[in-house]
Design a protein around this ligand. Sequence first.
Ligand code: FES
Ligand SMILES: [Fe+2]
Length: 360
Amino acid sequence: MTHQIDSSAKQNAGAPLTGFWYPALLTSDVPGGTMKAQMLLGMPLVICRDKQGGVAALRDICPHRAMPLSFGCFDGQRIECSYHGWQFDMTGTCRHIPALVEGSPLNPEKIGVTTYPCRDQDGYIWVYIADSQGIPKTIPDVPRLPVLSEPFSRLHISTTLKCTIDNGIVGLMDPAHGPFVHQSVWWRSRDSIHEKAKTFEPIPNGFRMKAHAPSRNSGPYKLLGLSGPMTTTIDFILPNLRLELVQAGRWWISTRATVTPISPEECRIDFCAAWNFLRWLPFSKTLFRVFARTFLNQDSRVMEQQSVGLKHSPPMMLIDDADTPAKWYFKLKAAYLTARQHGGPLDHPLKEPVTLRWRS
Ligand code: FES
Ligand SMILES: [Fe+2]
């Protein structure tokens, strides 16, 4: 075994980070006056939207006898539990208990369901999952998809992965699987493997692959390159965000992928893209969607297959330099937890810009 191989990182042990916003559902999943159940970090949630568009996230368990509230009905203001008809408003307060007689000493408003901070942004309904220190006085902003100019097109697609959050994120930042997993005539082939050197720098809660010219072997980028010299910048930010911004002249495409833990064995990748070029081309959005869907399906299939091996909890390896970003992720996560626990600044694993070299 060489010194480059690091099998000590506990790649399966990690619980998801809390104290962050996670995308729970698509905005379009919950029209006004409706509710929808969704698991997030293993917690059952019900997300409802009033007629004015306001959203709320409640724990999907009735405090009376544990019936999921999402089996009941929602009239745009209150959820009525399907079992004994208790009614809860969107702040989680119990407003009505049908079984109570006139003059009953029990005040329904003393009973409540846990609620979670909830916001609608960039086409997703985000829920803030607090850590053990509770909800802070000022909650950080919901992460925004960077857009450089108006107007632009946007799309969202998702796929579920049978894996833990850490394996999902390592998959997100792994540069060496491209030529094997994402082979296609119009993207690239395995024969196109060549050596790359990319410089990374630390950013708050993450690291950035500095602006560089994208792979010359990546077909669709050639189109964008018609507008001038092209650069791409890729950020990874805790707990689960990968942002990529490609610019060429006045054309740009901004993408965000998040890996969200649904349960301990299942994650969902939400991919969101905004772009301002080829908007005049008929079906350009459909083309983009097909392209992104193909890509995500390839990742999803390979992780489905990997899960067959992962069931045996084998030790795994992270090699230099191709898996170095994955090593940074584990270190960053540990440093974040230490900083939260003991206070003080995050001890960032990257102290200065670092150039990594690999073949892909
Ligand atoms: S379980 Fe919900 S009202 Fe009884
Ligand atoms: Fe991939």
